[in-house]
Design a protein around this ligand. Sequence first.
Ligand SMILES: Nc1ncnc2c1ncn2[C@@H]1O[C@H](COP(=O)(O)OP(=O)(O)OP(=O)(O)O)[C@@H](O)[C@H]1O
Length: 280
Amino acid sequence: MRLEGVGRRHRTGGPWIVRDVALDVPAGTLIRIHGANGSGKSTLLRLIAGIDTPSTGRITGRPRTTAYVPERFPAALPFTAAGYLTAMGRVHGLRRGAAERAGRTWLERLGAGPYANTPLGELSKGSSQKVAVAQALLAPPGGLLALDEAWTGLDPASRAVLDRTVTERVAEGTAVVFVDHDPHRLAGRPDAAYDVAGGRVRPSAVLLDERARGRPRVRVEVQGPPGAALPDGLPGAPHADGHRLTVAAAHSDALLHALLTARPAWHIRSVTPVEEEDPS
Ligand SMILES: Nc1ncnc2c1ncn2[C@@H]1O[C@H](COP(=O)(O)OP(=O)(O)OP(=O)(O)O)[C@@H](O)[C@H]1O
């Protein structure tokens, strides 16, 4: 999925919450969104999840299935926890029996099994959050999973379940985009990270310290027009050392495409896998 020139404001002539967003969300990648309170992270995530539509720009290549954990779960819905999850499982394409079983399984895994028959409005904040997480995990792997502070309110055991499930889903081809107030959440695992500030969304320097440890990376040697700077907003937030770019392998196709279609275009001199022990 790709966001091009995306902007969102809540009324014509009003302030842009985010603007000129260029972002690639390849299948099988983990992407972290950072930013101060009120900077527009949730707005960006809602655009990515398709809950909200851009005021300008376009989003292409949206996967068929999207699962989303909102920052605030609508607790007042007239369902029990299990009833709600059955309904959500149906939305995600499961048959009734399978939806019911999957819902109960996720409640058990997250430690909320005893509350399966409790009305949503009577759940504690933590249990309500577990239902919010469970409904998103009912989606089949392979689509898009957008998590807005999904770990907040969970106990350590269910946080670990969510950590593990996110890692598994990414390995199964799901694109996972998350916002979390803890900068160490899933540390070392994101393939890309972006900062939201002043309405702009830019590749984050934080990831350069971690650089997708343990994930395959690719080095791309490029040659540009004389004196030209690299284009802004390259997919996968590559680490640039002069004209040598290093990026998570999952982003390499999108990176090559962006370089080759830049105006003026960049020439690709070589593309090589990075050896595990290579520190650069
Ligand atoms: N429906 C809306 N109408 C008008 N303004 C809105 C609306 N939704 C969000 N905003 C404004 O957009 C800005 C960004 O909000 P957003 O919730 O995206 O930020 P955030 O980075 O997720 O914040 P936090 O970290 O506090 O959750 C805020 O100034 C907010 O008041």
